[in-house]
Design a protein around this ligand. Structure first.
Ligand SMILES: Nc1ncnc2c1ncn2[C@@H]1O[C@H](COP(=O)(O)OP(=O)(O)O)[C@@H](O)[C@H]1O
Ligand SMILES: O=P(O)(O)O[C@H]1O[C@H](CO)[C@@H](O[C@H]2O[C@H](CO)[C@@H](O)[C@H](O)[C@H]2O)[C@H](O)[C@H]1O
Length: 497
């Protein structure tokens, strides 16, 4: 056996030791990746959890699959290996290995190499195992060979490839034991016959000793020519056009998804204890955010009123179920035939997997979309409150059309979840887009003072629930920055921390 070949078999047998020679280049490269959550922190611990060559040893290019533990988080990497890189692949270079199984070779980001991206699709087309990896597919959904890959630009949390404008493969970056809801929920919905979510056609997982399988990637139909709901809403707003028909249809689509999830997966009735726990979680998040975001502090007592009211409601009649968990207009696609689809069921990536898989009231998703209409209206100059109010009302009416229950009939619950979301957004914006902080802060002022109508002209609103708190008026240092007075329509997307 050649020296390189025996180094390779050592790599598979003992990834942690075998990956050693690649460590310095990975330490330098990882923090620059948009999906890497540990940005700004020096990497202290880096260890390979598994390593598998996806192409026969000696192939050029080679394809190395790695799961890396980086300071306690597990990341998926696909590395290409070539003697040298053609100019077109230069931007994908990670470094040159000086030692070990790939000594003298260029190591690079494999998803940028069309040849390797095509190999990955081939693996997905033929189910089976390869080292720790297991490839699976829906036998009823054929995937043609030879589809030309291209990377999707501009996404954030993970990395995606589009094949022949027919399929999209999401490669999860930060992974953990247990099925990812972005595979689990779309599969459950497909099995239930719900067509509002693209159905997974193939997926792959890692099976590691003593651990539940880790979901690594999901292939699903690519909804060619579809419009992202956020961009579409901004365009309509910019053109002074109404969006209530779309908002209504989106409400229907969302309630169809919720109904299908409630039928397919366990639900539970919330009692006083669970409701108090939910409210306590929201209150704790508020307190933590107020410590981090000074602008929020004057409103904390007023906002807490929404959560106290939720606890006092004792859960009356509310059911918890599996939900999307991170729903906003950017997670909706309007397809060429004018219908709405929901995507990206991962939930808030910053939460633990166990937390993301826990049933919650569906109103959490509803609040997410309602907040999005407010965001869109505030991205417009002049601020278009009536546009947002009308969309919010139309969405709720559309939602009620399928479920028979209008979310506004549960004003205490709705207000608590909207408040929780606005608090989350204040933290997100202060961390990632300080120029946008004034958007959630405007909602926070209204929610804290109990003056939040928010449901415009078509239906009466739920009326105030939260107690007006001290500091309900605009507080000091609250946003409205002089240099960038209103949000950019194309947000820079960052990983959640
Ligand atoms: N099935 C699909 N059809 C068309 N476009 C899609 C599809 N799934 C995702 N996209 C596009 O890819 C982007 C990123 O997808 P998303 O699931 O949100 O990934 P991430 O978890 O990396 O944020 C979406 O904003 C959307 O524009
Ligand atoms: O990247 P994710 O989709 O997981 O979500 C994060 O980033 C969103 C911004 O891209 C952020 O959404 C907020 O801004 C949107 C406009 O850019 C707006 O439509 C949403 O309603 C608002 O929450 C989201 O909160 C954050 O988790």
């Amino acid at each position: 056996m050649s020296e390189a070949a025996s180094a390779r078999s050592r790599l598979a047998a003992d990834p942690a030791a075998g990956i050693g020679p690649l460590e310095p280049m990975l330490r330098a490269w990882l923090p620059a990746q948009r999906w890497f959550a540990g940005k700004g922190r020096t990497i202290t611990g880096l260890r390979a959890v598994s390593a598998a060559e996806l192409l026969p040893p000696g192939s050029t290019p080679g394809l190395l699959h790695l799961l890396l533990d980086v300071d306690g988080d597990c990341y998926q990497l696909l590395l290409g290996i070539r003697p040298s890189l053609p100019p077109a692949l230069a931007p994908a270079l990670i470094g040159h290995a000086e030692d070990g199984p790939y000594a003298g070779r260029a190591v690079y980001e494999a998803l940028g190499d069309p040849k390797l991206a095509a190999m990955l699709l081939e693996r997905l087309r033929s189910p089976g195992t390869l080292g720790p990896l297991r490839f699976d597919r829906d036998p009823q959904a054929p995937v043609p060979a030879g589809l030309v890959p291209r990377p999707l630009s501009g996404e954030q949390t993970n990395s995606s490839l589009i094949y022949g404008d027919s399929f999209i493969l999401k490669v999860f970056r930060r992974v953990g034991p247990g099925v990812n809801p972005d595979l689990e929920l779309p599969r459950a919905l497909a099995a239930a016959g719900c067509a509002r979510v693209p159905a997974p056609v193939a997926w792959y997982e890692a099976e590691l000793p003593g651990s539940e399988p880790l979901t690594l990637g999901v292939l699903q139909p690519y909804l060619r020519g579809s419009d992202d709901g956020w961009q579409l809403a901004l365009r309509r707003l910019g053109a002074g056009e109404d969006f209530t028909a779309e908002a209504h249809a989106l409400g229907r689509a969302t309630s169809e998804v919720h109904s299908a999830l409630a039928d397919a997966l366990p639900t539970l009735a919330l009692g006083p204890e669970q409701t108090a726990r939910l409210a306590a979680g929201m209150t704790a998040r508020l307190a933590a955010t107020a410590r981090e975001v000074p602008a929020l502090r004057p409103y904390e007592p007023g906002l807490r009123g929404a959560f106290d009211a939720l606890a006092a409601s004792r859960g009356a009649g509310v059911r918890a179920q599996r939900i999307h968990g991170d729903l906003h207009l950017g997670q909706t696609l309007r397809t060429l035939d004018g219908s709405w689809s929901l995507i990206d069921f991962e939930g808030e990536p910053a939460r633990s997997l166990a937390d993301r898989r826990r049933p919650e009231p569906a109103v959490r998703d509803i609040a997410g979309i309602l907040r999005s209409f407010d965001y869109a209206a505030r991205s417009h100059r002049p601020f278009a409150p009536a546009w947002a109010d009308d969309c919010r009302a139309a969405f709720c009416e559309g939602y009620a059309r399928t479920t028979g229950r209008d979310p506004r009939e549960d004003p205490v619950l709705l207000r608590a979840y909207e408040t929780d979301k606005a608090v989350y957004e204040a933290r997100y914006e202060s961390r990632h887009r300080p120029d946008w902080l004034h958007v959630p802060m405007a909602a926070i002022r209204r929610l804290a003072s109990g003056t939040d109508r928010g449901f415009g002209r078509t239906q009466p609103g739920p009326g105030p629930v939260a107690r007006p708190g001290p500091g309900a008026g605009p507080g000091p240092g609250e946003g409205f920055p002089a240099l960038s007075p209103h949000p950019r329509p194309q947000p820079p997307r960052r990983p959640h921390t």
